[in-house]
Unconditional design. Structure first.
Length: 127
């Protein structure tokens, strides 16, 4: 009996089809994971913050999610390097939030000082 080997063109076509099928399957898994994360963002963030802040709290039996297979992480508290790392990564966001607040406060304070000096307005002290 003689073995029939595929031609190089047929092998390339089958490899291309295999790659397309695998790519579609991976894209579908990724879309499912993203949808799950979008639908459960709040609970994921709260549970993450809770586990970081309270590492010794009793853990409920975790349900295995078929969408996300994450390795079990050991729970430990935040060390100082973790706190500094979090602070360093959140600093740009905190500045983005604080900038308009400080700007508004500065403009209001400057206005009150300038108007007070120009027109002699002084805030009356409550007795």
């Amino acid at each position: 009996m003689k073995k029939i080997y595929p031609t190089p063109l047929e092998k390339l076509q089958s490899d291309k089809l295999y790659a397309k099928v695998k790519s579609r399957a991976a894209a579908q898994r990724l879309n499912n994971n993203i949808t799950y994360i979008q639908n459960n963002t709040g609970s994921i963030l709260l549970s993450s913050a809770h586990s970081l802040l309270f590492p010794g709290a009793k853990e409920k039996k975790e349900k295995v999610n078929s969408l996300l297979h994450l390795p079990a992480l050991t729970r430990r508290g935040l060390s100082m390097s973790d706190v500094f790392s979090l602070g360093k990564s959140l600093l740009p966001h905190a500045w983005t939030i604080a900038k308009p607040i400080l700007f508004t406060w500065g403009v209001g304070r400057t206005r009150s000082i300038l108007l007070g000096r120009l027109f002699g307005w002084k805030k009356k002290k409550k007795k």
